[in-house]
Design a protein around this ligand. Structure first.
Ligand code: ATP
Length: 243
């Protein structure tokens, strides 16, 4: 098991966004988390990445508690987000969040800023996966189309050579043809050995490429199964696949 989430509670002040969420992701899988607006999907990803602190429960990475570590003073400290990236978990945030004033190449190099080894092969890999990024390597990222920015956000995360890639709504605001292309590339990235945790509102597409899936409703996991099984589940069809 690569990552597990055990009985996780996360709150924003008095508002509890996640209630006892448990799930796991095995090496090599594409696991998707589907759910409506406000279900808590982004909250879960941000907690895994160390950007939010759980009030209860734990995230485990290779069986060890991810958010906390024992410091030199012997006390328990929260692990900063950049260390979680260094351990092998990269997050592609909702809304891409590319560095708009920097070029495509500069964004990709920033994705690898914690590495000290040669990144040439990984840049080449990004340009092979996303040829449009190679064509536009000197273009300022803020002037890219939404689809190109999404490709850049994924490429930037891959530059750290993650074991696990967290993807938050990669289809958001994109035309269907572009979405299909990006999902094909997500599958290709997985086939090349990267485990994927995909958070999506486009449940149909997500369930089509995933191996397993969880359904989150108002902060609680209400269903989990093989993706193919959930695609044919009457309740899932009714609530998330347009009947
Ligand atoms: P969407 O698909 O719309 O992004 P989501 O499933 O990712 O939704 P979250 O963004 O995780 O949902 O939000 C879960 C709940 O937590 C919502 O009720 C939301 O209003 C609340 N929430 C999220 N961020 C904050 C915040 N910074 N302060 C207070 N409440 C928040």
């Amino acid at each position: 098991m690569l990552l597990s989430v055990d009985s996780l509670d996360v709150s924003y002040g008095a508002i509890k966004a996640l209630h006892g969420v448990s799930l796991h992701i095995d090496r090599g899988e594409i696991v998707t988390l589907i759910g409506a607006n406000g279900a808590g999907k982004t909250t879960l990803l941000r907690t895994i990445s160390g950007l939010l602190r759980p009030t209860k429960g734990c995230v485990k990475w290779h069986g060890e508690c991810l958010p906390k570590q024992v410091g030199k003073d012997g006390d328990i400290h929260y692990r900063p987000a950049h260390e979680i990236v260094r351990l092998g978990v990269s997050h592609v945030p909702e809304g891409r969040q590319v560095f708009a004033s920097l070029t495509v190449l500069e964004n990709l190099r920033l994705g690898a800023y914690q590495r000290t080894d040669d990144i040439t092969a990984d840049l080449d890999r990004c340009f092979t996966l996303f040829p449009v990024l190679a064509e536009r390597r000197s273009q300022r990222s803020g002037t890219l189309s939404g689809g190109e920015q999404q490709m850049l956000a994924i490429g930037r995360a891959l530059m750290q050579k993650p074991q696990l890639l967290l993807l938050d709504e990669p289809s958001l605001g994109l035309a269907p043809l572009v979405v299909r292309k990006i999902f094909q590339i997500i599958r290709e990235i997985n086939e090349q050995g990267t485990t994927i945790f995909l958070v999506e509102q486009n449940a149909h597409l997500a369930l089509t490429i995933a191996h397993r899936a969880y359904v989150l409703q108002t902060g609680r996991v209400i269903k989990s199964d093989k993706a193919q099984t959930l695609l044919n589940d009457p309740e899932v069809k009714e609530a998330y696949l347009g009947g």
